[in-house]
Design a binder for this molecule. Structure first.
Ligand code: KG4
Ligand code: ZN
Length: 407
């Protein structure tokens, strides 16, 4: 069964083809980073316009690169939410038209649930094409069927199995989730203010490192001293699984003021040490809280997903903060940041959730993580007309700053 996935929840337009929920046949991502860079954050209107311009040609290109016709697909899947509503609408309405015209089921997928599925994807030899748009929103490199630009590929097998604890760390979300199976998610805790990626981006802005800040802080931290500045570890001992990063950002702002703009401009070691100290504070809080969640749930597997999971310091620190009995899995970087392969992959497990008519799928800026009824694979084979209901525990997965506003 081949599912075409569409992802447009924020500033990446992505189209992918995944077979049987596992094998990635294609994963094309167009990144709008340069479009938003001069504004220091995602501008929702610009994101929607770029999705609108790119999506249909990317669907065409993805299918033709894989040598597949629309008729050969078994279903279409799309990110329903959470995300920027205008951006989501472009994906959802396009997917509805595509599914309706080709008489395929349309599976609505939860973006965060899909991030938590990324570690299960396999992609040996599959094309992962990355298109970077220039600041005017035009592709600086058009996707060519012949030039597959590898930016990291999924491994041939995953070490992960259910149940596991998922640490979701992206520009819009920071949460700890007990993932019982691909349809049952239990939210353990989440950020009460900024998301981890948002904190990286804001601190990078304070240090004049440009947008997005995560990768730049990551690179500078490698040659910095994480012990030089003693920064707070917010909510480390709060006794729950919630996070808070806005106070940490304020502490960095105070240090920046104390050091003065001249030192920041002229002393590159100072900037590297600030980056390393900030990054270490974030990493320690994330991993110690994840360790607590593993202990509380009695689970021994941890998956770290979302854009911040690309961070090299975080990847290297896992062994330092987690007991050796814990299996830690990070998806390859290309599947950590937003992509449609995770949407098409999870849709295979949710395919009975396609409504009778694709027109019934609606984009939603906020949706709680679901606990979907029944998961036996034999039942999943049946075509059903149910629209999914959310019955999950804490039902307040926030759509925070980055997805709602520019910063
Ligand atoms: O998952 P993602 O692509 O989009 C959302 O769903 O939000 O995450 C983007 C976030 C940005 O805040 C970016 O700065 C951060 O992920 N990020 C990183 C790194 N690469 C991306 N943060 C820290 N280190 C990185 N290497
Ligand atoms: Zn995301």
């Amino acid at each position: 069964m081949i599912i075409l996935g569409i992802e447009t929840s924020c500033d990446e337009t992505s189209v992918a083809l995944v077979r049987n929920g596992r094998d990635v046949l294609a994963n094309d991502v167009a990144s709008q980073v340069q479009v938003h860079a001069r504004f220091g954050g995602v501008v929702p209107e610009l994101a929607s316009r770029a999705h609108l311009r790119l999506l249909v040609p990317m669907i065409d290109e993805c299918l033709s690169a894989a040598g597949l016709a629309l008729e050969e697909l078994d279903a279409v899947a799309v990110t329903q939410g959470p995300g920027l509503i205008g951006a989501l609408l472009v994906g959802v309405e396009t997917a509805k038209a595509l599914a309706y015209a080709s008489r395929k089921p349309l599976v609505p997928v939860h973006h965060i649930a899909a991030h938590l599925y990324a570690p299960f994807l396999r992609g040996e030899g599959a094309p992962y094409r990355h298109i970077v748009l220039d600041s005017s929103g035009r592709p600086s490199r058009l996707p060519q069927a012949s030039s597959h630009c590898g930016v990291g590929q999924a491994p041939s097998e995953s070490a992960l199995d259910y149940p596991f604890v998922g640490l979701v760390v992206s520009g819009g979300h920071t949460s700890l989730v007990h993932v019982h199976n691909p349809r049952h998610f239990e939210l353990l805790g989440e950020t009460v203010d900024d998301a981890a990626g948002e904190a990286f981006d804001k601190v990078a802005k304070l240090l004049n490192l440009g947008y997005p800040g995560g990768p730049r802080i990551d690179a500078l931290a490698e040659r910095g001293d994480p012990q030089r500045f003693a920064l707070p570890r917010p909510m480390l001992n709060s006794g729950d699984f919630d996070f808070s990063f806005s106070g940490l950002k304020t502490a960095v702002a105070k240090l920046v003021r104390e050091q003065g703009p001249e030192s920041l401009r002229e002393d590159s070691q100072l900037v590297a040490d600030l980056c390393a100290s900030f990054q270490e504070a974030v990493i320690e809080v994330l991993l110690r809280k994840a360790a607590g969640a593993l202990e509380r749930t009695g689970v021994s597997r941890l998956a770290i997903v979302g854009g911040v999971a690309c961070n090299r310091g975080l990847r290297a620190a896992a062994a330092r903060y987690l007991p050796p009995s814990v299996t830690v899995v990070f998806p390859p970087p290309v599947l950590c940041t937003d992509n449609a392969a995770m949407i098409a992959g999870l849709a295979w497990h949710w395919r009975d959730m396609a409504p009778a008519c694709p027109a019934h799928v609606e984009a939603q800026a906020t949706i709680p993580l679901p606990s979907l009824p029944f998961s036996a694979d034999s039942m999943l084979e049946k075509e059903s007309a149910r629209v999914y209901k959310f019955t999950g525990g804490r039902s307040r997965l926030r759509s925070s700053g980055r997805r709602g506003h520019t910063r």
